[in-house]
Design a protein around this ligand. Structure first.
Ligand SMILES: [Zn+2]
Length: 332
């Protein structure tokens, strides 16, 4: 019998796509206001509908077509943070892409960013949730397009934008094609992460570490097939942003029981738990914790330890980290 996990347990979530966390009702409302026909992306219950990972990317991009102005992103950020706060999240990092916010133009990006930051500040005051942003080019848009995105990130590094990463189809291009963008972000003082080892095998994680010199890996779960790599992750303190429900829904693993998160943790890799694109995967962070507790017998003590690890790997200033760590550790 597994321990009941208090849904209000304070949580830190490091891997969340802002547009991917958009509540479907919010996107439907925007589509209606703008007379955009995207009825085909919803199922009969009003949730997002897609066949597989590549179709998921198409549906995702179709949903994004409703997000056209800084004001849309201000409202989106508030809607997303309301959901996260309801999950007990006290600290979140979200991927934001200038590709979807002004098409990579710096002047436009600043306007979008101001709107997103305003919403984050409001949510911090009213909901007690802190949000930081990680700029991500979209991998399958190609290396050329990643350059202006990296420049947008470098120019706007600050209180809100603290990290740089890469998202999208892991099988498109090679990490070494994006070294210019990552070098640009690193030189600007941004912290680095990259999606790898979700669809790509263990080698894709090695490539992200070797070529992009990241300190965290988004997913990274396929590292389990290469135990020398697993030991390297543990020894170097590379934190994995693991999204078990996302992996199961997209078919990377058939179920939670065969998901490697527990085996990675047993080998002392720092694993953290996130939802990736929660409404797309019909999940919440509370549901993820419940399922992990049920399948692996994890307790609130285990989750507190993983949340503390998440904060130690968080892309935030020391004062924010220490403040949130007190909330997480003080919940014992
Ligand atoms: Zn992701």
């Amino acid at each position: 019998m597994s321990e009941r996990i208090d849904p209000a347990l304070p949580k830190a979530e490091l891997h969340l796509h802002l547009e991917g966390a958009a509540p479907p009702a919010f996107i439907r409302g925007l589509a209606k206001e703008k007379s955009i026909d995207i009825a085909g992306i919803f199922d009969e219950h009003g949730g997002y509908a897609y066949r597989d990972f590549w179709h998921f990317l198409e549906v995702y991009e179709a949903a994004c077509t409703t997000l056209q102005t800084p004001e849309d992103f201000r409202r989106l950020t508030l809607a997303v943070l309301e959901d996260r706060a309801a999950d007990g999240v006290v600290y979140a990092e979200t991927f934001v892409s200038p590709d979807f916010c002004g098409g990579g133009d710096l002047v436009a990006w600043r306007e979008y960013l101001q709107a997103i930051t305003e919403a984050a500040d409001e949510a911090e005051r009213t909901m007690g949730i802190t949000l930081k942003g990680i700029v991500t080019p979209i991998r399958h848009f190609g290396p050329e397009k990643s350059r202006p995105i990296a420049q947008c990130a470098a120019e706007t590094k600050g209180h809100f934008i603290t990290g740089f990463g890469i998202a999208g189809d892991e099988k498109a291009f090679h990490p070494k094609d994006f070294t210019w963008a990552f070098d640009c972000a690193r030189e600007a003082g941004l912290r680095l992460t990259a999606h790898a080892g979700e669809w790509g095998g263990a080698q894709s994680v090695r490539d992200a570490l070797d070529h992009l010199k990241v300190e965290r890996i988004g997913h990274g779960v396929q590292s389990i097939d290469d135990l020398a790599l697993v030991d390297r992750l543990a020894e170097d303190g590379i934190t994995l942003e693991v999204c078990p429900g996302s992996n199961v829904v997209l078919g990377v693993y058939p179920d939670f029981a065969s998901h490697p998160i527990a085996r990675l943790r047993e080998r002392e890799v720092k694993v953290t738990i996130s939802t990736d694109d929660p409404p797309f995967f019909h999940t919440t962070l509370v549901k993820e914790y419940e399922e992990l507790a049920r399948v692996f017998g994890w307790t609130e003590e285990d989750f507190r330890a993983m949340n503390a690890d998440a904060m130690r790997a968080a892309f935030c200033d020391a004062a924010t980290r220490d403040r949130i760590l007190k909330i997480i550790e003080g919940s014992a």
